[in-house]
Design a protein around this ligand. Structure first.
Ligand code: PRP
Length: 181
């Protein structure tokens, strides 16, 4: 579905921009892991399109696994306490893990997930996120690869939803407040 949609007030990132940025990121990731075995860890559900496109843009062989997590808290406000809804299938002990995320908002989910994977004995944990909202950060986390920094607005598309809608838009845009207010 195209990002030029009546419920989108402003397009922030087009499908073409995402494709170009992913090929740049993939080159850097290929180089970084050229002598290592990497496990791509996607965080459901938002990271599905990014994982699909990024993994196919990589030249290195990479395995994939998925986790689903949910942060306790009311509505759109993250609390930092994370519950595992679906755990990894793989054992991450001594593995090089690359977390693949659609967006870092407060940073609380990724902060928790990084610590959790290190506690399980991962050899290294890095993060690639398509989007990051610098103005929404509540905790400082080290992110090796960021696709785009975006303003602190309610965005949907390319995996990001509002009430499970809009995930299949091919770009990222600001959702009209009329939809959720
Ligand atoms: C989104 C996103 C991250 C998290 C980021 O997931 O995919 O996992 O929120 O927010 P934070 O930086 O404030 O912790 P969401 O809980 O909306 O689930 P979804 O991917 O299934 O839509």
């Amino acid at each position: 579905m195209q990002i030029n949609h009546p419920d989108i007030t402003q397009v922030l990132v087009t499908a073409d921009q995402i494709r170009d940025r992913i090929s740049e990121l993939a080159k850097e990731i290929d180089e970084f892991y050229s002598d290592k075995d990497v496990l791509l860890l996607g965080v459901l559900k938002g990271a599905v399109p990014f994982m699909a496109d990024l993994s196919r843009a990589l030249s290195i062989p990479a395995q994939q696994d998925w986790m689903a997590v949910s942060s306790y808290g009311s509505g759109t406000v993250s609390s930092g306490v994370v519950r595992i809804l679906k755990d990894l299938d793989a054992d991450v002990k001594d593995r090089h893990v690359l977390i693949v995320e659609d967006i870092i908002d407060s940073g609380l989910t990724l902060s928790w997930l990084t610590s959790n994977l290190k506690a399980r004995g991962a050899a290294s944990v890095e993060i690639v996120t398509l989007l990051r909202k610098p103005d929404a950060a509540k905790v400082k986390i080290t992110v090796r690869w960021v696709g785009f920094d975006i303003p602190n607005e309610f965005v949907v598309g390319y995996g990001l939803d509002f009430n499970e809608n809009y995930r299949s838009l091919d770009g990222v845009g600001i959702l009209s407040p009329a939809v959720y207010s």
